[in-house]
Design a protein around this ligand. Structure first.
Ligand code: NAD
Length: 335
């Protein structure tokens, strides 16, 4: 198949080309994000391959359908950037990579937790400047603390397991409790109970209408003062303005983010020679107790190899049978 691949970086090209050696599809790589402005790049292709910040909305899907494209193969697990109902109306199949390495995301979550707690990012700079003072670096023992995991699917389950290993008492909230978590001693509670009980809360649910701004002003008011909040799921799960207010009044003791609700115009690009025009994001960067990474939780060799392999399997199966291996249903988008 001829596949137009959007939002590609050197590492995407490397891993997708390697996986394609066994399949021999014709791959056209584009740096550009897929949007109404760039859709013409897909002309002549039979499928498009998109990533987390590509805009696969109603207009784009209509444009793809008019070009004869029948498959959107996502290189992600999350499907929140695709209008699934419009895809169904246009007769376009949407496929995704349901699991590529939950360990990658879970381990990055732990990197944020440990760095925020023990402030190794600040210590690194201090020591290199000959500053060995410890003021401002005080952390806390994770052992015996209460950690809350919201969303205990593939990633949340591994995070819960690691936190249990650290000696945390793990509480969880999920619309569908995971028996593997219950077996390891995780206790499912309501969000009303979880919010005020936890010293640390980490988010691992998908972004759906039900989880949009799950952490809003009302939720922040119910948190245990000084809580550490970590989000490696999707930016829209957190109302950034409400969280900034919580940081300013001390309700939120520290914040770790790998995702941001308006990340589309920022992440995955080198903007170091420009100024940041997003004032909310800029405000976040002024807090010493905020640690942000640019949507890199997935970024391990194993994950990239699995993403490339599953994407090629989706495309190949669709070409052979009209069905991709991991098709996305409209229900998944509703959560
Ligand atoms: P998963 O589908 O295995 O698990 C998601 C869990 O969330 C499920 O147990 C589900 O029941 C639960 N859930 C759904 N709606 C909920 C709600 N309203 N409240 C509470 N829980 C709810 O998904 P996963 O593989 O564990 O991934 C979780 C999310 O992590 C993805 O949806 C994606 O947005 C994000 N993610 C981020 C990165 C990154 O690089 N930062 C990489 C991969 C995935």
């Amino acid at each position: 198949m001829h596949v137009a691949i959007f939002s590609t970086k050197s590492y995407d090209r490397q891993f997708l080309s390697a996986a394609n050696a066994a399949y021999c599809h014709k791959l056209s790589f584009f740096d550009a994000r897929l949007s109404a402005e760039t859709i013409q790049l897909a002309t002549g292709a039979e499928a498009v391959c998109a990533f987390v910040n590509d805009e696969v909305d109603r207009d784009v899907l209509a444009g793809l359908a008019s070009r004869g494209i029948r498959l959107v193969a996502l290189r992600s697990a999350g499907v929140n950037n695709v209008d699934l109902e419009a895809a169904q109306r246009e007769g376009i199949t949407v496929a995704r990579v349901p699991a590529y390495s939950p360990y990658a995301v879970a381990e990055h979550t732990m990197a944020l937790i440990l760095t925020l707690n023990r402030k190794t990012h600040r210590a690194y700079n201090r020591v290199r400047e000959g500053n060995f003072a410890l003021e401002g670096l005080l952390g806390f023992d994770l052992n015996a603390k209460t950690a809350g995991v919201i969303g205990t699917g593939k990633i949340g389950e591994i995070v819960a397991k690691i936190l249990t290993g650290f000696g945390c008492n793990v509480l969880a909230y999920d619309v569908r409790p995971n028996p593997a978590c219950e077996a390891m001693g995780v206790r499912y509670v309501s969000m009303e109970e979880l919010f005020p009980s936890c010293d640390l809360i980490t988010l691992h649910c998908p972004l759906t209408p039900a989880t949009h701004h799950l952490i809003n002003a009302e939720a922040v008011r119910r948190l245990k003062p000084g809580v550490m909040l970590v989000n490696t799921s999707r930016g829209g799960v957190v109302d950034t303005r409400a969280v900034i207010k919580g940081l300013k009044d001390g309700t939120i003791g520290s914040l770790g983010l790998d995702v941001y609700e308006e990340e589309t115009d920022l992440f995955f690009e080198d903007l170091s020679n420009r100024f940041i025009s997003d004032d909310v994001f800029a405000r976040l960067l002024t807090f010493p107790n905020v640690l942000m990474t640019g949507h890199q939780a997935f970024f391990t060799k194993e994950a990239l190899a699995n993403i490339a392999e599953t994407t090629m399997a989706n495309i190949t199966a669709f070409e052979a049978s009209g069905r991709a291996v991991h098709e996305v249903t409209v229900e998944r988008g509703r959560g």
